[in-house]
Write a protein that binds this ligand. Structure first.
Ligand code: ADP
Ligand code: ZN
Ligand code: ZN
Length: 768
């Protein structure tokens, strides 16, 4: 009897042990999928993680001493060869371990559904038609055609089939004749024949049908390295520097201003890797960016390029996965976060573009992993692989690592063709509001800049980091604000559909006609979301062709592509958006960018607020004036004198970094300390409160002053669950594995208390 340990797609720690029936034993190996029973009637697709193993024969019974364990049989082995390579499995373990999330959750995040479900993925098949074997000679065929004299339509269809199959003359036909394959659809299109006529030919057994698997993946054109643009002097210098830095470092940071031509440098590095028969993983934080960069990469790498992200259908993702396992995998994978899980045989280069971007961190559900960190770890599992981080605004962590010499560092300070960086003008809106000369959310200066740009046939971008119409509505009589019944937040107004919605749980309701408290009808929105910006600006510029890009307008891959392509092609000329539009998009004719409200970002109660704001403002500014002349950015703020605003204006990353580093050191934050948040959730506020206090004091006994809290987070109830948060601040160099073990143990002890049966506890490691 042999045994295996299996990973199941369940949010449970650890592996599950099963027995392998002798008949299946030859097929079992690490990395294949198996169907296993669980409980009374459930079945799951699991992954063999360890095989063979020696399981414990007995366990301690609670009162009866030793008790023999009876393991269940696996039922079926689904794969002839593993769907996971050893490196992928190691990455799963690392993520589960480091981010303290169950391995089953990692499995769920990593594999496309089609590979996780018992009858998930179906290969796409097409119906083909061919001449039956009996008629594959001239005599038999002529005879049967003669006998069909009155069924002229059938004869026509048969002749059309022969033509499509590449047979022009009847006397060519013999059992050895090679027929081109013809699909039923093709035949129907050519002949305009009804399905009935084709069926008649099938009934006469003259034609027969068969099914054939066809891939969903597009077959691109062959690669054309000659389409690579030659690098200019500064780029060549950076390229060479990168290669030098990579000799001494596993990870190198390319800090290059916006439009310095980083992407072109990546393309050259990718081509070099391909020449050396290595594979490349190119990560981007946002699907919108993959859409734009796809064209540039396709032109050079053709059908060696595969694209992988969540807006692709699951079946397509399964096919990419399988192609990566095959003998003919893609050389380059361009993808968002989840592409780190794809199998690679010979990974040689990982590019993490816009490495500062917080979309690389998965927030919910578990595993709450950072794709940048995970990709770096993945790279270390391939002996030859190097990782390149690229950005105009490095994250504090990465820049610190580079400055410490842990990462290589290459700086590129000039824009391609020396296009000037945009001019950033500050507009003090506090003063303008007081003097009542703001027009809604717009200063006169911003409006005139946009008007001039549009008048010259150029484009403008307006950045407002909130979607919806208004973040809240309010009764002007009594101050009543509609709140989500499930969460501690006010509801966002979406005016187009005239409803209120909760951005945490999705709850919606109609906007009430009268206030339920005072029956006043004066209920109005407060604050600005992208929808309201769109609404107001379309009154001011009725001629403008306005587009809006936020979560609400980009639910599908096509919607995304259309928005970006339309703006690129000039079909729209005024783009309004949330942080989505700040990210590395490359538009030619944008001459004005408006940042509508810097303060809402800066005032966000989080230690990363300044870092995030600086990056968003710098990035969105970088969209202005990419080709031709200098762009203009209008930065509206109520606090024009803050040093960080000046640093944005002067594109002064160094001062920004130095200032923030001092703050991070003094207040014990990354990169000097590592954070872990422990979250507790329960329906009952009292229980979560007591549990939080108790856990806090237990952890304090172990970790001392490294523990802060419990606290109520900014949104203290989500989806009817009340939340408490405990923060751990860990000095660098602490034995991190022991910390995790103590954390797990302490929580395990806490959860033995019957009162906490339904308490949910989870971790956010390296939170953003
Ligand atoms: P970044 O990635 O640093 O923001 P890009 O690579 O997108 O910069 O380059 C900005 C623009 O300059 C793009 O339109 C790109 O095609 C062009 N460009 C950059 N380098 C070259 C080059 N060596 N030859 C021709 N065009 C280039
Ligand atoms: Zn009221
Ligand atoms: Zn809600």
């Amino acid at each position: 009897m042999t045994y295996a340990n299996i990973i199941l797609p369940l949010p449970l720690d650890g592996l599950f042990t099963y027995t392998i029936p002798d008949a299946l034993a030859p097929k079992v190996q690490v990395g294949v999928r198996v169907i296993v029973p669980l409980g009374k009637s459930k079945r799951y697709v699991g992954i063999v993680a360890e095989y063979p193993i020696t399981p414990p024969a007995t366990e301690k019974g609670i009162e009866n001493g030793e008790k023999k364990i009876v393991y269940k049989d696996i039922l079926e082995v689904l794969d002839a060869t593993p769907v996971l390579l050893p490196q992928q499995l190691r990455l799963w373990y690392w993520i589960a371990d480091y981010y303290m999330s169950p391995i089953g959750d990692v499995y769920k995040a990593a594999l496309p559904s089609g590979l996780k479900e018992q009858d998930g993925y179906r290969p796409r098949t097409e119906l083909y038609i061919r001449l039956a074997d009996n008629f594959r000679n001239e005599r038999a065929l002529t005879l049967v055609i003669d006998s069909m004299k009155r069924a002229t339509k059938q004869v026509d269809v048969l002749m059309a089939y022969l033509q499509l199959a590449g047979v022009d003359e009847m006397d060519q036909i013999s059992p050895k004749t090679e027929f081109r394959e013809v699909t039923r659809e093709e035949l129907m299109n050519v002949t305009h024949a009804s399905i009935g006529i084709i069926r008649a030919l099938l009934d006469r057994k003259i034609l027969v049908t068969y099914e054939k698997e066809v891939g969903r993946l597009n077959h691109g054109s062959p690669s054309r390295p000659e389409n690579m643009k030659p690098l200019n002097e500064a780029q060549t210098e950076a390229y060479n520097q990168i290669l030098i830095q990579m000799m001494g470092h596993r990870v190198t940071l390319l800090h290059g201003v916006t439009s310095s031509g980083k992407t072109e440098i990546y393309i050259h590095l990718i081509q070099k890797a391909i020449n050396e028969k290595k594979q490349v993983l190119y990560l981007l934080p946002e699907i919108a960016l993959t859409i734009q960069i796809t064209e540039r990469l396709k032109a050079v790498f053709g059908d060696q390029l595969g694209i992988y992200h969540s807006k692709y259908s699951d079946a397509e993702r399964v096919e990419i996965w399988q192609k990566q396992l095959s003998d003919n995998p893609y050389s380059v994978i361009l993808g968002a976060r989840s592409a780190i899980f794809l199998p690679f045989h010979r990974l040689g280069l990982i590019i993490i573009d816009e490495e500062h971007d917080q979309s690389y961190k998965q927030q919910d559900p578990a595993p709450r992993y950072h794709a940048r960190s995970a990709a770096i770890v993945l790279g270390q599992m391939y002996p030859e692989a190097k990782t390149l981080l690229g950005t105009a605004t490095p994250s504090m962590e990465s820049y610190y690592n580079a400055k410490q010499g842990k990462y290589g560092l290459v700086e590129l300070t000039r824009r391609y063709k020396d296009i000037q960086l945009p001019k950033i003008e500050i507009v003090d809106i506090k003063d303008l509001y007081r003097r009542k000369i703001m027009k809604g959310a717009f200063s006169p200066r911003l409006l005139s800049a946009v008007r001039e740009a549009l008048g010259r046939g150029e484009q403008a971008i307006l950045f407002q980091n909130r979607r919806g119409f208004a973040p809240m509505v309010e009764c002007r009589q009594c101050g009543w604000v509609p709140k989500c019944p499930n969460c501690d937040v006010s509801l966002t107004h979406h005016k187009n559909m005239n409803y209120l919605s909760c951005h945490y749980c999705g709850y919606t309701m109609k906007v009430p006609d009268v206030c339920p408290c005072c029956e006043s009808e004066d209920i109005r929105g407060r604050g600005y979301g992208t929808e309201k910006i769109e609404d107001e600006i379309s009154f001011i510029f009725p001629e403008a062709r306005i587009a809006r890009m936020d979560l609400d307008t980009t639910r599908t891959r096509n919607a995304y592509e259309r928005l970006i392509n339309d703006f690129s092609a000039g079909k729209s000329n005024l783009l309004i958006g949330t942080q989505m539009i700040t990210k590395g998009l490359d538009f030619d004719k944008v001459s004005v960018v408006g940042i509508l409200n810097a303060d809402s970002m800066l005032n966000f109660p989080d230690f990363r607020a300044y870092e995030q704001s600086f990056m968003m403002m710098s990035q969105v500014s970088g969209r202005a004036g990419r080709k031709g002349k200098q762009g203009l950015v209008i930065l509206q703020t109520k606090s024009p004198n803050l040093p960080i605003i000046q640093q944005v204006v002067h594109n002064d990353y160094q001062s920004f970094y130095n200032d923030l580093l001092v703050e991070r050191r003094d207040f014990h934050y990354p990169p000097f300390y590592r954070l872990i948040y422990v979250y507790l959730k329960h329906r009952d506020e009292n229980i979560v409160n007591t549990a939080g206090l108790e856990l806090g004091s237990r952890l304090h006994e172990v970790f001392g002053d490294r523990i802060l809290g419990p606290d109520k987070p900014a949104v203290a109830r989500v989806k009817t669950l009340s939340i408490r948060k405990i923060m751990l601040k860990l000095e660098i160099g602490i034995d991190y594995a022991r910390v995790r073990q103590s954390l797990h143990n302490t929580i395990h002890e806490l959860l033995k208390d019957k009162r906490y049966g339904a308490l949910q506890v989870y971790f956010d490691v390296d939170p953003l």
